[in-house]
Design a protein around this ligand. Structure first.
Ligand code: NAD
Length: 489
């Protein structure tokens, strides 16, 4: 497997100016995968300068030519699918069956979608006073900084870069220092298919150095960020200097409401997918099951049985359904929440600890964990970001809605019912950017993705994200207007 361990600046693979490196570790067994160049402030400045120099010609390129390069990249990703699936699994601990069937396919799909989008972005003509023509055009922003987390690094590379490039921006992307490998490999493929030097620059560094410098940089016109709410708040502060545009995809505490008339079998499977896929490391995870008290026991019997059957283990084994968490630090954090659950008097129905299998002892594993708790508990309010679900019961619809909306987040949410009026009423009243009815965690490049409240602002995907990566210009033309005679002598 090919592993790139330098950073990409202006089409060249280079070391850090001060020669610093970062250790990249395999979360399955704690072994060192590689050491790679660590970008600091001066390296970020070099990358931004390269993106700035590349912008005029990239932004002026015919949109269909930019689209064509993205389409070629999508094909290339499919050619290299197996290698990318293995690399992503190695670096993140995602089970290989998921990286093969989901992550790589979705990444190619996203680049292809925005490759097709590049030349579909139209302006408008506005009906103003007689004698004038008023039209709008959408223009790229210039240099865009992109900062992404470690939970879906490959997919997020496409979610971030594809629309930004389609719109005509140049990019400096900073993957998480924990999982940088797939972004670097995608950048290699971009050079292979012919992206010009400087259009995409990849720097790997820590948040408080490289990330902070990118966020405050005067020559960066926009920061697109995915990560925690606390970091999002720091980025907003750092952006104030040049008033750059900011787009924030932050944390979540997804409500998954199961009504008494739900198809229980489907809800059990859907709720397990909502929280246990990717070890629960998903901003949109259904981390709160809010269930009607009359069906709670029946549901929980089936749900606990299903969760205990999930095959936990080495992510490179195609049989594995759940791998390790992505870092040691994160494993400790999730185990700390298991402790908090005990202190709060939560009833631990499953898990709450590391697996006992000695072959997993050096990895960052946590068992699927199901806890019955109260809506006001910390475990029902704070984002755990692991295979940890809090179950809360309700008596009536009013209480269900109050519990669902009783957090500071507002990202993904789901509900399971056969009552169509109730479903749409809740869809309208839930404070969340996305609502799934009788399903959970559906995403598609054409469908807007993003949150409300402390889950951030701005939207990924579809036409919405093309608006985020462009700015609108309004042009007035006097055709034969009868202008009032102000100041005319
Ligand atoms: P994080 O905020 O710690 O880090 C995310 C990225 O920000 C990393 O690249 C990190 O290096 C960088 N960073 C850290 N400090 C910075 C600073 N001061 N300035 C600039 N950059 C900085 O988040 P994480 O732990 O990597 O990821 C998990 C979080 O991401 C969770 O809260 C999760 O909900 C959120 N997330 C949100 C979405 C979404 O679309 N809403 C998707 C995935 C993950």
């Amino acid at each position: 497997m090919h592993i790139q361990n330098k950073m990409l600046i202006n089409g060249e693979w280079v070391d850090a100016l001060d020669g610093a490196t970062i250790d990249v570790v395999n979360p399955h067994d704690g072994s060192l995968i590689t050491k790679l160049a660590e970008a600091k402030e001066a390296d970020v400045d070099r990358a931004v300068a390269a993106a700035k120099a590349a912008y005029p010609s990239w932004g002026a390129l015919q949109a269909s030519e930019r689209g064509h390069l993205l389409l070629k990249l999508a094909d290339k990703i499919e050619e290299c699918a197996e290698e990318l699936a293995q690399l992503e699994s190695l670096d993140t601990g995602h089970p290989i069956r998921d990286t093969r069937n989901l992550d790589v396919k979705r990444t190619a799909f996203c680049f292809r979608y925005f490759g097709g989008m590049a030349d579909k972005l139209e302006g408008t003509t506005i009906p103003v006073e007689e004698g004038f023509l008023n039209y709008t055009s959408r223009e790229p922003i210039g240099v865009v900084g992109q900062i992404v987390p470690w939970n879906f690094p490959l997919m997020f590379t496409s979610w971030k870069m594809a629309p930004a490039l389609a719109a005509g921006n140049t990019v400096v992307i900073k993957p998480s220092e924990i999982t940088p490998l797939s972004t670097l490999r995608i950048a290699e493929l971009m050079l292979e298919v012919g992206f010009p030097p400087g259009v995409v620059n990849v720097i790997v560094g820590y948040g408080h150095t490289a990330g902070a410098r990118l966020s405050e940089h005067e020559d960066v016109g926009k920061i697109a960020f995915t990560g925690s709410t606390a970091t999002g708040q720091r980025i907003v502060q750092a952006s104030a200097g040049n008033l750059k545009k900011v787009q924030l995809e932050l944390g979540g505490k997804g409500a998954n409401i199961i009504f008494e008339d739900a198809d229980i079998q489907k809800a059990v499977g859907g709720a397990a997918w909502a929280i246990f896929h990717n070890q629960g490391q998903a901003c949109i995870a259904g981390s709160r099951i809010i269930i009607h008290e009359s069906i709670a026991d029946e549901f929980l019997d089936k749900f606990v049985a299903l969760a205990s059957s999930i095959r936990l283990g080495d992510p490179s084994n195609p049989e594995t359904e759940m791998g390790p968490l992505t870092s040691k630090l994160h494993q400790e954090r999730v185990l700390e929440y298991c402790e908090i659950a005990r202190q709060e008097g939560g009833e631990i129905l499953l898990g709450g600890k590391k697996p006992s299998d000695p072959s997993l002892a050096n990895g960052c594993y946590v068992e699927p964990t199901i806890v019955r708790g109260k809506a006001t508990d910390r475990i029902a309010q704070e984002e755990v970001f692991g295979p940890f679900v809090t179950v809360i019961t309700f008596k009536d619809d009013e209480e269900a809605l109050a519990i669902a909306n009783g957090t500071e987040y507002g990202l993904g949410s789901g509900l399971w019912t056969k009552d169509i009026s109730r479903a749409h009423k809740f869809a309208r009243e839930i404070h969340a950017g996305m609502v799934w009815i009788n399903c959970y965690k559906r995403v598609h490049p054409a469908s807007p993705f993003g949150g409300m409240g402390k889950s951030g602002y701005g939207r990924e995907m579809g036409f919405e994200v093309m608006r985020e990566y462009t700015q609108v210009k309004s042009v007035w033309v006097n055709i034969d207007a009868k202008i009032p005679p102000f100041y005319q002598r």
